[in-house]
Write a protein that binds this ligand. Sequence first.
Ligand code: PHE
Length: 367
Amino acid sequence: MDPQLQTISEKALEELERIQDRPGLDAWRQLYLGRKGVLAEQLRRVGQLAPAARPAYGREVHALQDRLESAWEAREVLLRRKELAAQARQECVDITLPGRQRRLGAYHPITQVLREMIETFYALGFQVWDGPEVELDRYNFELLNMPAHHPARAMHDTFYLDTPELRAGPSGAPAPGALLLRTHTSPNQIRIMPQVGLPLRVVVPGRVYRYEQVDPSHNWMFYQVEGFVVDRGITLADLKGTITAVLRRVFGRQVRLRFRCDYFPYVEPGVDTAVGCVLCQGAGCRLCGGTGWLEVMPAGMIHPQVLRNCGIDPDRYSGFAFGAGPDRIAAIRWQIEDIRHLYQNDLRFLQQFRAALQRPRAKEGAA
Ligand code: PHE
């Protein structure tokens, strides 16, 4: 081989050996095999040689070109394999490692009770509505037969909003336009009845607020599920049947229920619904205050004046209403001795209710 080509060949192959990456490969190719590269220059030199020497020299340059070309390809394959190996090392997953455990949450006990109640109400043909937590005195009290000086208001220790209407009523009492945090869900009777065509079956779950001394059985915020039914010929028997179905779903079929008279200005007659104490089975204990009964669902036949206030003729239609306390129901069902646990978001407490999702009572044939 021509000594000059020999030198080029050795130098080129030696350089190629040392190349470790793609830019290096490209540069090398450009330098030796490019259009203006070293070998192209050698080809251009052919013209300056003696005519007899030209063909041999040309062949040698072409042969060298082929050799460098295949050397480049071999190097390229090698580098690509190295790259792949490095990538595989970096992206590899050790499938023998143990998986990450996902911590499953659980429904809050009040949510569980709410869901079960609402499921039952759906099955009984009720629709679910929502209402505002900041309410007008008019709906919370006035149109429910509780004007400003009605003694029944004393049972509702009310958070009022500081607006001019707060003192605009007779002798400085709250006017119907005063704003407050609703003390019960009953104002939704007045709000919703006129919006739904008759006959109607509606439940309204939600939070209510009372300015109360907090203790194991009272909190300044708690839940209620208001329900009301208006149709022709609704009687106390419908009230009893509906409430019985719902409480059996929540407490199980074996639950003992007691219905007796109570007073609320917006029902007549009023009913207090109690379940037999789950702790002492009626013998009397701390949970039931010695009475053997726990009140869970005040109710009654809707007062004719309330129906009138909603534009419904009480001579043609009648209805019943109730206000269930899901927090109290949850506390009774799981024998939680202090309802404040329900609002403190302590996971040690809340995680105990995960098992309850499995519905232990289902096998007893609860509705
Ligand atoms: N609103 C009443 C309360 O909060 C409960 C109730 C609702 C009573 C509907 C009768 C009818 O105590």
